[in-house]
Design a protein around this ligand. Structure first.
Ligand SMILES: [Zn+2]
Length: 686
């Protein structure tokens, strides 16, 4: 394991955080070094601390423990992510016989230096009861291989001699903190502690010493493991192994989304982690038993559940049979989860509400690691964790065995309020888990709609005809709204490319819930004189492209059996054509008919089709030249042209976006065409 300490970076950190004590700056620096290595900690795992003497408001000297706050990740830690707690008080708590988790949280919160700080880590007392200035804690992969061995203590002696103390498993909190302090006091020469089934602590007088010891301890574990021969995996004999990843994902993902929605009434997104090791593991005979034992470290359970769902598909060419096959597997997973819940609930005599039973991690023969969650972020976290878990499991069995926490201890962690708090209980946004395909997404109405839908939690598949700003736009939305956004340069009149783009969509998110078919182009010409090629080209873009997109989307909706939403950008020209605007108005009138036809043909399948007739929106559709001509045709200046409506107000692309959102959420509305044009009686539908 690489030691990433670098003197000049450490100095730079001191300079960067010059408004806090040097020790805090260095604490942030080495915390980030640990956080930056995914084989040490992942997504909120691990914690670090430093003890400092400082002055309180009335100028009294106080000792303070600065420890990682919950909600912060080590790789992005900043000084405010290290809440300060009065150390004397924390240490006094050690004299108590017992302290419940709620009492512990209360004592920590009421002794913060700053009332606005986040809650200190659940392992705060462990940091407080040890005397060292700097303490580092990780769930390093190599240490988890060792800490999950049946004879972990013996192996630790072999690797570390008496430099690392071994602490048997306790749930994080008061009891673990006490046991760890006792272990240290028995042998004050230790440089760290190995917590069975949990992870590694090291300590030191300086940030560098504690970090160096941490990396050294992990390196020794790695060296030990490396000397063992990695057990070869024996491949399953399954026809699915020859099917190809894209084929399997295309067949499986929409069905999974549908089955999950059926069972939860929520929307889910999938993620396939392209990873050779994960695929080999998922396609192996060993996977059947090895993957079903448990998580590498306890807090992974809230991200991966105790075990993944295994699938070795037999029926991927027939959607109905595949649905039945997967549904059957899912039922038995859920049934077994329910039994685990009931058994532990009654054995422990606790009053808990069962969490949803659905697996978050799937291992699919021939495909590999697939994760499913309510947000793209959730799916990435589970996949990151499980990728490392596969490696840990494989190495553990190669060393000897893998004996992680049993179901009873995992239940305590999974249903522990302090762990559940990490998932956050914020109210889901209206479109969370939805996947929305938007055409013409790089500018104007398409862009305004993309932003608005992302704000509501939707994941986006954005296409536009040129790459000009598309990538930038996608990146901007992804950063701001924290949703999944994928973009593709696509000419919507290229039928084959459009159909293929839906495969990419399924590979990325697992399926689709809404199509916003928006791309179009204004073509002018007197109807009796327009060239047939020009008219046909307008129909290709302004009508047939809508049809190809809608037909692909509908077929995916039908496979998912989730229903779906089709939204078209028609135009007021459909009802109220402008003079010499026939080549645009004719296909748009056909789009209105298309909307009604989809509403009619697929209403019973829960697919809703609606359209918006917008008028006079200042977008790239109107080149300067077209704008001038359209305004002149009505005897108006361009500005007056945009305000020439009943409300006498200009209509913006954001108004149209709001219209699309309203229609997307109007669950009982289909076959409807709404106008967003500031009021134009001649164009109002009748
Ligand atoms: Zn831990």
């Amino acid at each position: 394991m690489e030691n990433r300490w670098n003197d000049s970076d450490a100095k730079a950190a001191i300079k960067k955080y010059s408004d806090v004590a040097e020790d805090i700056a260095l604490r942030v620096y080495t915390s980030r070094l640990i956080g930056a290595d995914p084989s040490l900690v992942l997504h909120g795992g691990g914690n670090t601390s430093v003890k400092l003497r400082t002055f309180n408001k009335v100028n009294e000297e106080v000792d303070v423990l600065y420890v990682k706050g919950s909600g912060w990740d080590l790789d992005t830690l900043e000084p405010p992510g290290l809440p300060g707690v009065l150390l004397d008080h924390l240490q006094k708590l050690r004299n108590l016989d017992r302290l419940s988790d709620e009492e512990m949280v209360n004592e920590q919160r009421t002794h913060l230096l700053d009332a606005s700080s986040p809650n200190p880590s659940v392992e705060t007392l462990l940091h407080a009861f040890l005397p060292h200035k700097f303490i580092d804690h990780s769930h390093a992969d190599a240490c988890m291989v060792i800490a999950n061995q049946p004879n972990a203590e013996k192996i630790c002696r072999e690797i570390y001699g008496d430099k690392i103390g071994v602490v048997s498993y306790f749930m994080p909190g008061f009891a673990l903190a006490k046991a760890s302090a006792e272990m240290y006091e028995k042998n004050p020469n230790v440089e760290g502690l190995m917590l069975i089934n949990h992870g590694l602590f090291t300590f030191g007088n300086t940030a560098k010493e504690s970090y160096d010891r941490h990396i050294h301890a992990v390196t020794l574990a790695e060296n030990y493991i490396q000397k063992k021969t990695l057990k070869p995996l024996i491949s399953l004999e399954s026809p699915a192994l020859k099917a190809g990843e894209e084929t399997l994902m295309n067949a499986l993902a929409p069905i999974l989304r549908g089955l999950y929605k059926d069972r939860s009434e929520k929307d889910w997104v999938l993620h396939h982690r392209a990873d050779v090791q994960a695929k080999a593991f998922a396609s192996s005979r060993e996977c059947e038993t090895w993957s079903q034992v448990g998580t590498a470290t306890p807090d992974h359970v809230i991200r991966t559940k105790q075990k993944p769902l295994l699938l070795n598909l037999q029926q991927w060419t027939d959607p109905d049979k595949l649905r039945e096959e997967v549904s059957c597997k899912l039922n038995s997973y859920c049934e077994s989860y329910h039994q685990y819940f009931e058994a532990n609930k009654s054995a422990k005599g606790v009053d808990k509400t069962e969490l949803d039973q659905l697996p978050r991690v799937l291992l699919v023969a021939g495909l590999g690691l697939v994760t499913i969650g309510k947000t793209v972020k959730e799916t990435r976290i589970s996949a990151d964790i499980y990728q490392h878990t596969i490696d840990i499991i494989h190495k553990s069995f190669s060393v000897a065995d893998y004996v992680p926490l049993d179901a009873s201890d995992l239940f305590d962690i999974e249903y522990w309020s302090l762990e559940q708090a990490k998932l956050g209980k914020s109210k889901a946004s209206a479109l969370q888990g939805k996947v929305v395909y938007i055409t013409g997404a790089a500018s104007g109405i398409g862009l305004a709609t993309a932003k608005l839908f992302a704000d509501q939690g939707a994941n986006l598949f954005l296409v536009d005809i040129t790459a000009d700003t598309l990538g930038e736009v996608a990146e901007g939305i992804r950063k701001k709204s924290k949703v999944g956004v994928v973009s593709q340069v696509l000419d919507v009149t290229d039928e084959a490319a459009v159909r293929q783009s839906f495969n990419k969509l399924v590979q990325t998110f697992g399926g689709i819930d809404m199509l916003i078919s928006n791309a179009g182009n204004a073509v002018q010409g007197a109807v009796g004189e327009v060239g047939m090629n020009e008219l046909r080209a307008s129909f290709e873009l302004n009508f047939f492209a809508h049809q190809v997109l809608a037909s692909e989307a509908s077929q995916r909706f039908l496979t998912q059996k989730t229903g779906g939403v089709l939204l078209f950008n028609a135009s007021k020209a459909a009802f109220n054509p402008g003079k010499n605007f026939g080549p645009y108005a004719l296909p748009k009138a056909a789009v209105v008919a298309l909307t009604k036809q989809y509403a009619l043909d697929y209403g019973a399948d829960g697919i809703r089709a609606n359209a918006i007739n917008a008028d006079r929106i200042r977008t790239s559709l109107f080149s300067e030249q077209v704008l001038k001509e359209r305004a002149e045709a009505r005897g108006l200046t361009p500005d007056d042209y945009f305000r020439n409506n009943l409300l006498q107000q200009e209509v913006y692309d954001t108004d149209v976006a709001q219209g699309f959102l309203n229609l997307a959420l109007a669950e009982k509305t289909t076959g409807s065409i709404i106008t967003i044009d500031g009021g134009n009686i001649a164009a109002s539908p009748r």
